[in-house]
Design a protein around this ligand. Structure first.
Ligand code: FVH
Length: 290
């Protein structure tokens, strides 16, 4: 277990990287930062961060190196040329990516004798350093145990699995839930606006409805695991019939149906295949990666 003053390096000073570095500084960690474009470190430097001149200098400044860049390609553009400097350090990659990319980067880090944790940030920059957000980690358990207290400065750390791809899988699945929900929200708001109802007047009802429906996800989750989803309370055939009204009304009122077509198609497929297992229709079962 490290103490709260473990030196840390943050590579990537976009909106999220600046928030991460700021949280480390607030927690008293000696913090070194580096960014491709100069200038983004100025406010952090004023708060006490050391600004490295090169990525190699940044890596060698700390035993714990946190990277938060745009995507997997940018991670490798920055780190591949300085890979040898990672030997003996812990690399924590908080860049959004795929499970396959996480596993490849873990193998790459192991090749360079670096401990590796992949992370999925479930927070926006303003939530970093606050209790509402959390960060999912997978990969080296040893690295997580050694640095858990330091990483807690960013957001509540949650270790998932030794498979480095697990955090990315959960991250993407959680984003899927969020984007699906907001897609429906945007459609709902467009629908009421099409009759000039103030969206702000309708929003509390939408919140109450979504909140009431949310616990149903546990029934769907249990059904997805067992393959024995029943639709006794709300049959799929009934839902498919009612859904036509949603689509027809949208079209009649000039509201784009692009956000809601897919669910209608899935309901129709479930009716055609005589199943209420919507998750089963979507999922292609495959063996766990590791
Ligand atoms: N911001 C958010 O709300 C979300 C919350 C959940 C996690 N995501 C992920 O975090 C990664 C970084 O996101 P960000 O918001 O910091 O993104 P930007 O503000 O656009 O900053 C991007 C940084 O990446 C650098 N960069 C881009 N391409 C390269 C490259 N080829 N070589 C080196 N660095 C590169 C960029 O540098 P610069 O443009 O300032 O020179 C920024 O530092 C991301 O994976 C989110 O999905 C954020």
């Amino acid at each position: 277990m490290t103490d709260e003053r473990t030196p840390v390096t943050v590579i990537g000073l976009g909106a999220m990287g600046r928030a991460l570095a700021g949280a480390f500084l607030d927690s008293g960690h000696p913090t070194t930062v580096w960014n491709r474009s100069p200038g983004r470190a100025d406010a952090l430097a004023a708060r006490g961060a050391a600004v490295a001149a090169t990525a190699a200098e940044a890596v060698t400044a700390s035993p714990l190196v946190v990277v938060c860049l745009l995507d997997d390609a940018s991670v490798h553009q920055v780190l591949d040329p300085v890979a040898s400097t990672l030997t003996g350090r812990t690399l924590v990659n908080l860049t959004n990516g795929t499970p396959a990319q996480a596993r490849e980067t873990a193998d790459w880090a192991a090749w360079h004798a670096a401990d590796y944790l992949d992370g999925g940030i479930m927070a926006t920059p303003p939530l970093i350093g606050r209790p509402e957000g959390f960060i999912l980690y997978s990969g080296s358990r040893t690295a997580f145990d050694a640095h858990e207290r330091t990483l807690a400065a960013l957001a509540r750390p949650s270790y998932l699995h030794s498979d480095p791809g697990r955090a990315a899988l959960y991250d993407l699945a959680l984003l899927s839930g969020m984007y699906g929900m907001f897609g429906g929200v945007y459609h709902a708001l467009a629908l009421v606006r099409s009759e000039r109802v103030p969206a702000k007047e309708f929003a509390p009802l939408l919140e109450a409805w979504l909140t009431a429906m949310l616990p149903a996800l546990h029934i769907d989750a249990a059904g997805a695991d067992s393959g024995e989803r029943t639709d006794a309370d709300a049959s799929i055939a009934m839902q498919a019939t009612g859904y036509v009204n949603l689509l027809d009304t949208s079209r009649a009122q000039g509201v784009s149906t692009e956000m809601v077509e897919a669910m209608g198609a899935l309901l129709n497929r479930a009716v055609a295949e005589d199943t209420s297992d919507l998750v089963g229709l979507l999922a292609a079962e495959r063996a766990p990666a590791k």
